[in-house]
Design a protein around this ligand. Structure first.
Ligand code: RVP
Length: 498
C-alpha cells in the first residue's frame, strides 16, 4: 500500500557536502552564474524584495559587488520606479539620458536633485535640450546656502570654455579629455548642439574599483524589482520597465496561484516588456516550477516557508524543507534550461554551496543582509549592541496601511481589510545584528562559497553542481559541526552562534 508519507523533506542543516580530491585554489574559483535566461552575474547572490532589505542603496551595492538587488514593492508605484531610476543612474559607461537642470531652477531645487541621486553636479540645458552650461560642487563651493532660494543655476554655473565631446566619443578619448582638462564631467553634444550624453570620472573609477559589477549593455548597474498581480500591478510593471528595470520579480507567497501565472503570461505576451527578464515565484515542487516555466518565466524562485521571519509553515501547515524544494524544483528547471533561485533559509555561507549543489543557480538572502549599512531602516542600540530591524513582508508591520486605508496582503492572496485583527500574518518582526557595509558581508558569504568549491574540487559553479555530493547527517552530527564545548568569547565575522 502506498503511504502518503514516503517523501522526505530535508533542510540545509540535514546535509553536508563531501570533500573531494582538489587542485582548486579558493581565490581563483569562478563564481559566475546565470540569474535568468539572459542575464549572468559574477556572484550568485540576490538581496530579497523586502522593505527592510532592498531599496536603491542596497541594490547599488549588490550590483557593484557582482550580485543583484530586488527593490521591494511596499512603496507607491512612483517611489518604487524612482528607486529603480536611482540605481540605473548611479553609474554607467556613458549616461545616454543624463539628469539635467534648467538655468532658471533655484539652487535649492538643484541641491535636492543632487542629494536624491547622489550626484555632484549636472549639465544645464535650455528648453530645447541645448547645453548652456554645467554646474558642479566646484561652482557651489563659495555660495552661502542661505542664498540657495534666491539664486538661480544660471547665476553660478560655468558657461565659458565648456569642455565637451562628440556623441560618439570613444572611452579612451573621453578619458583623455577629462584628464587633460582636469574636469570630472564630460557632456556629449550632437551635431545640433543638443546634449546627447554624459561621461563622468566617477564612472571610470567605479569600473576599476568594482570589476565584477553586474551591468547592462550600456554599462549601467542592473536592478530588479518586485511586482504583484492584483490591482495596479500592471501599471507598476509598466512604470518600472519605463524606469529601466532589468528584471521584474512576480513576488508572491504562492507562485502556483492562477492570478500570478496569468500576470507572468500577460507580461511575456507584451512586446513592450521584451527587454525585461521575468522571475516568478515562489514555488517549492517540481510541478510548481514547471507551471512557472510554462507560463514563460526566465528564472524560477524557490522557497515556501524557509525564511528566517516566515511563519507560513506553522500558520498554514504548508511548505517544503528548502534543500528538497530546491532539488525538486531544479529538476524541472534543468529539463527546460531555466535558471533556479533558492530563496530563504540560508543561515551561513556553507548553505550557499549546498543550495547550488542541490540545483540552484543563485541564492536570495534576506536576514543575512538586513543588518548591512545599505539596508533601509534605522540602527537600534540595545544593551550596547547595534541592530537593524528585519521583518517578514507577511508580518503585521509590513502589511500595515501606508497612505491608504487597507492592509496590503496580496502577496498572501488575502482580501483587503482595514483592521489588524482581520489580518492573518505569515511573518514576524524582529531585528538582526548590525553588520556594517555590504561589501564586507558579501566578501565573507562569497568567500565561504570559494572554500566550498575548494573542498569539493570545483573551479566553477557548473563543476560544483556535478562534483558536489551530499551526506545526510544526524542531530548529533549537526551539533558536532558547530563550535562545541567552548564558551565563545569572540564571534567571527561569518559565525555568530548556533
Ligand atoms: P531569509 O533569507 O531566511 O531571511 O529569507 C528571506 C525570504 O523570506 C524572502 O526572500 C522571501 O522569499 C521570504 N519572506 C519574506 N517575507 C516573508 C514573510 O513574512 N513570511 N517571507
Amino acid at each position: 500500500l502506498a503511504t502518503p508519507f514516503q517523501q522526505l523533506g530535508l533542510a540545509y542543516d540535514d546535509v553536508l557536502l563531501l570533500p573531494n580530491e582538489t587542485d582548486v585554489i579558493p581565490s581563483e574559483v569562478d563564481t559566475s552564474t546565470r540569474l535568468t535566461r539572459e542575464i549572468t552575474m559574477k556572484s550568485p547572490v540576490l538581496s530579497s524584495a523586502m522593505d527592510t532589505v532592498t531599496e536603491a542603496q542596497m541594490a547599488i551595492a549588490m550590483a557593484r559587488n557582482g550580485g543583484i538587488g530586488v527593490i521591494h514593492r511596499n512603496l507607491s508605484i512612483e517611489d518604487q520606479a524612482n528607486q529603480v531610476d536611482i540605481v540605473k543612474r548611479s553609474e554607467s559607461g556613458m549616461i545616454s539620458d543624463p539628469l539635467t537642470v534648467q538655468p532658471d531652477a533655484t539652487l535649492t531645487d538643484l541641491d535636492k536633485l543632487c542629494a536624491a541621486y547622489h550626484v555632484s553636479g549636472l549639465p544645464v540645458v535650455d528648453k530645447d535640450d541645448h547645453l548652456v552650461g554645467i554646474i558642479t560642487n566646484r561652482d557651489m563651493r563659495f555660495v552661502n546656502p542661505d542664498d540657495y532660494d534666491s539664486l538661480r543655476v544660471s547665476d553660478v554655473m560655468t558657461k565659458e570654455n565648456l569642455i565637451t565631446g562628440p556623441a560618439d566619443i570613444s572611452k579612451e578619448d573621453a578619458h583623455r579629455l577629462l584628464a587633460q582638462h582636469k574636469v570630472e564631467k564630460l557632456p556629449l553634444i550632437d551635431g545640433n548642439g543638443k546634449l546627447a550624453g554624459l561621461i563622468t570620472v566617477k564612472d571610470f573609477v567605479k569600473t576599476e574599483q568594482y570589476p565584477d559589477a553586474t551591468k547592462d549593455e550600456q554599462g549601467r548597474l542592473r536592478v530588479a524589482a518586485g511586482i504583484g498581480f492584483l490591482g495596479d500591478a500592471w501599471q507598476r510593471a509598466t512604470a518600472l520597465m519605463e524606469a529601466g528595470v532589468d528584471v521584474l520579480v512576480v513576488d508572491t507567497a504562492n507562485g502556483e496561484a492562477r492570478l500570478a501565472l496569468d500576470m507572468i503570461r500577460r507580461i511575456k505576451a507584451d512586446h513592450a516588456f521584451d527587454g525585461v527578464q521575468i522571475i516568478g515565484g515562489n514555488i517549492a515542487t517540481y510541478n510548481g516550477a514547471k507551471a512557472m516555466i510554462e507560463a514563460g518565466v526566465d528564472a524560477v524562485k524557490v522557497g515556501v516557508g524557509p525564511g528566517s521571519i516566515c511563519t507560513t509553515r506553522v500558520v498554514a501547515g504548508v511548505g517544503v524543507p528548502q534543500l528538497t524544494a530546491v532539488y525538486e524544483a531544479s529538476r524541472a528547471c534543468k529539463e527546460f534550461d531555466v535558471p533556479c533561485i533558492a530563496d530563504g533559509g540560508i543561515h551561513y555561507s556553507g548553505d550557499i554551496g549546498k543550495a547550488l549543489v542541490a540545483g540552484a543557480d543563485s541564492v536570495m538572502l534576506g536576514g543575512l543582509l538586513a543588518g548591512c549599512e545599505e539596508a533601509p531602516g534605522e540602527k537600534v542600540l540595545l544593551h550596547g549592541k547595534q541592530y537593524k530591524i528585519y521583518r517578514g513582508m507577511g508580518s503585521l508591520g509590513a502589511m500595515a496601511p501606508r497612505g491608504k486605508k487597507s492592509y496590503s496582503k496580496d502577496r498572501y492572496f488575502q482580501a483587503d481589510v482595514t483592521t489588524a485583527d482581520k489580518v492573518v500574518p505569515e511573518g514576524v518582526e524582529g531585528q538582526v545584528p548590525y553588520r556594517g557595509p555590504l561589501n564586507y558581508v558579501l566578501y565573507e558569504l562569497v568567500g565561504g562559497l570559494h572554500q566550498t568549491m575548494f573542498y569539493v574540487g570545483a573551479h566553477n559553479i557548473p563543476e560544483l553542481q556535478t562534483k558536489g555530493k551530499f551526506i545526510r547527517i544526524t542531530d548529533a552530527a549537526l551539533r558536532e559541526s558547530h563550535p562545541h564545548d567552548i564558551v565563545m568569547t569572540k564571534e567571527a565575522p561569518n559565525y555568530t552562534g548556533f
